[in-house]
Design a protein around this ligand. Sequence first.
Ligand code: DC
Length: 223
Amino acid sequence: MKINIAVDGYSSCGKSTIAKQLAQYAGYTYIDSGAMYRAVGLFCKRNNLFTSESIDENRLREILPSVRLSFQNGHICLNGEDVEQYIRTLEAGDWASKVSTLGFVRAYLVAEQQAMGKAKGVVMDGRDIGTVVFPQAELKLFLTAKPEVRAERRYKELLEKGIKADLQEVLKELNERDWRDTHRKESPLVQAKDALLVDNSDMTPQQQLDYVIRLFNQTANRD
Ligand code: DC
């Protein structure tokens, strides 16, 4: 029988890497919920909804129903357009973090995410998957790593993509994002009571993969 797997945690903890690997191992569908918040952030940017420090909430509430999100070959599509290349920048992470504080945006995306997981066999990563989207998920992982380790990883990732970055700036941005994600009123990032904590600061990617595959096999009775 298929199960749903929730992978939550701080940004740049390697959630998407492990979630994708697990989905591939299990033959499940991987869904990047952060990409959905990023796409809504991009939509706001394109529609000039960001003012200096806030968002034009009334206007967003009006036009949000016109936002259609889908995944094609692992890429997020905004009203049919593959916007993957526009949503992976630091700036897009910031837009996403801002729109993710709005309750009506969360409600809209959570409903979509729950529909995607209805038939089970989904590995979804994000911040509220084990607490709000799939509170009944059979396996819940909560990933963490020291901020310095995460900043270093994110910095290298950006350089590899050819995006210019400054390590101190990346760390600052990451700390700010953590603060916003954990202190927002709507669905703050919190470890679900029944989630298993995975601190991967000192784990190799292979050690982490072996560990979560063991957890998966135990949970899905595949042993
Ligand atoms: O995982 P990410 O960096 O792509 O997420 C981008 C932003 O979206 C991040 O600030 C947190 C937010 N987010 C959220 O609030 N809930 C989710 N399920 C996924 C992401």
